[in-house]
Design a protein around this ligand. Structure first.
Ligand code: NAP
Length: 249
């Protein structure tokens, strides 16, 4: 595809989405990044930016037609399954080519004590048996899955404050990565953490906590990723996405 004459929609909200926008903005005729609007002060990508939902798969399909989009790159977070499903439906309905740009998950290494679970609810079920002081890094959404757990203390870290309902013993640390191994180790020690709960988000910006947990021999309850919609091509990185765009005719 010749970038200079096409409109590329990037479904973003991730580092990869911003990097792709920065690569394409100087070359493409038009690059639009779409953000959900969950974060109060998002890091804005290069090029055009639109913020807020489309109104389901049909709304997204309407937008693709109205804005004459030539290709969609779904660079959303691996756990943002709703928008990825909508993107697949909208692409099928309009015939607009769709690519999923999904960073690889975290890599387990010797010394890791990981407890994989299929959902946040399953993580909550495991917890009382696994530890009493939990470091929760699942983002702002989803804390409600742990709200019924008394007798467990939670230290949660997120960019913006989580919404209620929250567990009775709960403190929040507002911060965003990248984080260092030393910093994560100090945090885990300072708060006397005995178990981590996280999602298999992947990415270098947030992997330090896993290294720190390994060093301190702490178990990590790790929520597995939802699957990518059937039949949609997937690449693991920005160069892969640029290559896919080049191939389009
Ligand atoms: P989700 O559950 O998959 O999506 C729920 C709804 O939010 C979608 O149906 C859509 O509304 C809207 N939406 C989501 N992403 C959008 C986007 N990029 N542009 C426009 N609308 C979007 O999504 P989520 O898990 O709440 O995540 C929301 C955003 O935060 C995503 O863009 C994702 O990349 C980012 N993010 C998520 C996580 C996470 O752990 N889930 C972590 C970091 C960043 P309509 O149906 O009205 O179109």
């Amino acid at each position: 595809m010749r970038h200079a004459s096409r409109h590329v929609l990037i479904l973003g909200g991730t580092t990869e989405g911003r990097t792709l926008a920065a690569e394409l903005a100087p070359t493409a005729h038009r690059v639009t990044s779409s953000l959900a609007g969950r974060v109060a002060r998002p890091r804005l990508p290069a090029g055009e930016v639109r913020i807020g939902g489309f109104g389901g798969a049909e709304g997204l399909a309407d937008w693709l037609r109205a804005e004459r989009v030539d290709a969609v790159v779904d660079a959303t977070h691996p756990f943002a399954a709703g928008i990825s499903r909508n993107a697949a439906l909208a692409a099928a309905a309009t015939g607009v080519p769709l690519l999923v740009l999904r960073r690889p998950g975290f890599t387990r290494v010797d010394g890791d004590h990981w407890l994989p679970v299929p959902s946040l609810a399953a993580a909550a079920e495991l917890l009382p048996r696994r530890g009493e002081r939990v470091f929760l890094t699942i983002g702002r959404q989803g804390v409600a899955a742990f709200a019924h757990l008394d007798g467990v203390h939670f230290l949660a870290r997120s960019v913006d404050p989580p919404e209620p309902p929250l567990p009775p013993s709960f403190e929040v640390l507002l911060d965003r990565g990248p984080f260092t191994i030393e910093g994560e180790e100090a945090l885990l020690r300072r708060h006397d953490i005995d178990v981590l709960v996280t999602k298999d988000s992947g990415g270098a910006a947030t992997s330090a906590k896993l290294t720190a947990a390994r060093g301190l021999r702490l178990p990590v309850v790790i929520v597995e990723r939802p699957p990518v919609p059937d039949g949609v091509p997937v690449v693991p990185d920005v160069p892969g996405a640029l290559h896919w765009l080049e191939q389009l005719r």
